[in-house]
Design a binder for this molecule. Structure first.
Ligand code: GDP
Ligand code: MG
Length: 153
């Protein structure tokens, strides 16, 4: 058992297209536990810190412009091997390569506007969660009565 936490974010295109519910539904159906969520605007500093590993990429400015262009829906999820499993559920970065059945395979229009972000490692997950959420605001999956029994991990 490797219970992990990850940072999942519906990007501005996904929020505008009304995909928040669809995405939450997929994670709930998979048995994962939602620990916090917030619809928020992202400032440039937060966006640049979030994507710090891509700072040298030619599309970095475009990426920061996009993430700050409208509200995102930021979430913390917990579950068994969730970092690897959520990346599979999300699909490849490019919609041309993302398999049907994955979130990007089903909904993404372009590499830039690809609906959703998910952390790619434990270290990134910790950094990304801390960038978006106060640690004290994150629920505990081990709280009494939460989550429901069948999803208790
Ligand atoms: P991810 O982990 O699959 O999201 O992909 P990366 O970490 O490599 O890149 C982060 C995000 O940058 C991607 O989800 C895309 O939205 C964006 N991105 C990646 N490649 C390109 C590109 O060539 N052009 C633009 N505009 N954005 C890109
Ligand atoms: Mg990434």
């Amino acid at each position: 058992m490797t219970i992990q936490r990850t940072f999942i974010m519906v990007k501005p295109d996904g929020v505008k297209r009304g995909l928040i519910g669809e995405i939450i539904n997929r994670f709930e159906q998979k048995g994962f536990t939602l620990l916090n969520a917030e619809l928020m605007n992202v400032d440039r500093q937060k966006a640049e810190y979030h994507y710090m590993e891509l700072k040298e990429k030619p599309f970095f400015e475009e990426l920061v412009d996009f993430i700050t262009s409208g509200p995102v829906f930021a979430m913390v999820w917990e579950g068994e091997s969730i970092i690897e499993v959520s990346r599979i559920m999300i699909g490849k970065t490019s919609p041309l390569e993302a398999m049907p059945g994955t979130i990007r395979g089903d909904f993404a229009f372009s590499k830039a506007e690809n609906v959703i972000h998910g952390s790619d490692s434990l270290l990134s997950a910790e950094r990304e969660i801390a960038n978006f959420f106060d640690p004290l605001s994150i629920c505990s999956a081990r709280d009494k009565d939460y989550p429901f029994d069948e999803r208790k991990s």
